[in-house]
Design a protein. Sequence first.
Length: 108
Amino acid sequence: MEKQNQPNYKLIYSDIIDQKFPHKKAECEKLLEKKILSAMDIMELNKKIFGTKNQDTKKMNQMLRSYNRADIMRILDYQKNHKMNNLQVAQHFGLSKNSMTKWRRMFQ
């Protein structure tokens, strides 16, 4: 069940694509068809629509993110399946090493 206080990301990103990036609609369609978008899906959409950003913007965006338990478990599963250390996973997902360490302690 989707939280009531969470923005409707599907509608927001659909509007952005329709109004400013119609040429990227096919590329993002699969993600936008999902019933519920996870934090990972939102990051993927953001990357596909706006591309990569400079370091300052990345750092600011990283500070403002929040992850639910399902997203954290997905990241930890990714780490386990790809046999990566905390630093490698943190860099891959744009997280801090401290967040990875904290999550590993909490959930494994």
